[in-house]
Design a protein around this ligand. Structure first.
Ligand SMILES: *Cc1c(COP(=O)(O)O)cnc(C)c1O
Length: 378
């Protein structure tokens, strides 16, 4: 087993995705944003149980965050966000000229610590961005209560959470503004891509224009096969639309999700959980496994042994990851070592084990055996 590295994550794509792309190239020949993107948006809306006007596909999850932030803030506005998230959450904020305010997380479920966030409120705080870390939406009701209390918008970074539920309702089917990522290794992929889901008509209209250079009502024209020659522009825009090629891949992935990807991800995580629950030297991340379709499987390695376990796994042919380096430690975001002790402690403990639907039971058993062997050696 040692020579064949077990990968941390990977895209699960094949013949059906290839045929869908081929259909766009051979039969249609229109590679820009057109009928495939419209269909993907409609199918996502149907899956979530929301009106199709709520769903807007873009070129990446980062673009989804950037446009969402820009839609509801002015430059200089502050956004409460956990430091322990992928860099994309922070870059999406600063791309729009807003200011990320790094917050602590709960060490139980790695969701934003609202008590800590409360201390960081200022008159220019406009948004709270909960990140559904490892697909866990945390106490989302409390986040919305907090936002109501302090008159903030909510932008959910749901990049990990496609297909998850909170109290029985699908993430994206309720709330303010929800951003998904369809990059290569997320719960479903379109190659690269992302989507914004929002109930707010004004935000939706803004983003539909902004993804196409700000050209007024261009989305409607493209979806009826026309181009805009006579138009007006009211604000900055970008080339952030999704291509038909990518949407074609995403549509196949969405069809495969419920029967194939979702049960496999849940099953693999259940296997890890059943063995690692109560194992000395290791802590699982909290959350409600019944509602989560896990994108990654991080654990906390206690007693300063994370790096040694990581090395042991590498030597055993097993890839692992560290999700994530806290953003407040990065030069661009202030290099504030020492400012968020809980987050910095977690950063030293977190280790992500391989998780993707391509793993076999034998792979997972081997990972479990290796972790076991390491933890029981001294
Ligand atoms: C993947 C990811 C993003 C960004 O998505 P891209 O599609 O890669 O741009 C944002 N936030 C988190 C937490 C992510 O994991």
């Amino acid at each position: 087993m040692k020579k064949n590295t077990i990968r941390l994550s990977r895209s699960i794509v094949g013949q059906r995705e290839a045929e869908a792309v081929s259909r766009v190239i051979i039969d249609d020949g229109y590679l820009g944003m057109g009928s495939e993107v419209r269909a993907f948006e409609e199918e996502i809306a149907q899956y979530l149980g929301v009106p199709k006007e709520w769903v807007i596909c873009v070129s990446s999850g980062t673009a989804a965050l950037h446009l969402s932030v820009e839609a509801v803030t002015q430059p200089g506005d502050e956004i409460l966000v956990q430091s322990l998230t992928y860099l994309a959450s922070f870059q999406g904020i600063t791309a729009a000229g807003a200011v990320p305010i790094s917050c602590e997380v709960s060490s139980q479920n790695i969701a934003i610590d609202l008590q800590d966030a409360e201390k960081r409120l200022t008159p220019t705080t406009k948004v709270i961005m909960p990140v559904h870390y490892a697909s866990n939406p945390g106490e989302l009701d409390s986040v919305y209560d907090f936002a109501n209390k302090y008159n903030l918008r909510v932008i959910e970074d749901a990049a990990h959470a496609f297909g998850c539920t909170y109290k029985g309702r699908k993430i994206g089917s309720f709330g303010d503004i929800v951003c998904f990522s369809f990059d290569g290794i997320k719960n479903i992929t379109s190659g690269e891509g992302g989507a914004i889901v929002t109930v707010d008509e004004r935000v939706a209209e803004y983003i539909k224009d902004a993804r196409l250079l700000g050209v007024e009502k261009d989305t409607k024209k493209r979806y009826s096969g026309q181009r805009s020659w006579e138009f007006d522009v009211h604000h900055q825009g970008y080339r952030y639309h999704m291509s038909n090629l990518f949407a074609a891949v995403g549509r196949v992935q969405l069809k495969r999700f419920e029967k194939e990807f979702k049960p496999r991800r849940i099953e693999l995580a259940r296997k890890y959980r059943s063995v690692f629950n109560n194992m000395t030297g290791l802590r699982l991340i909290g959350g409600n496994p019944g509602e989560i379709v896990p994108h990654i499987f991080p654990v906390r390695v206690l007693n300063g042994r994370r790096d040694a376990l990581r090395q042991f796994l590498t030597d055993s042919g097993i890839e692992s990851g560290i999700h994530y380096k806290p953003n407040h430690l990065l030069s661009f975001y202030g290099a504030g070592a020492g400012l968020l002790p809980a987050t910095e402690k977690l950063y030293e403990e977190l280790l992500s084990l391989p998780l993707h639907p391509g793993l076999t039971d034998a792979h997972v058993n081997y990972v479990i055996d290796c972790v076991n062997e390491f933890l029981h050696s001294s």
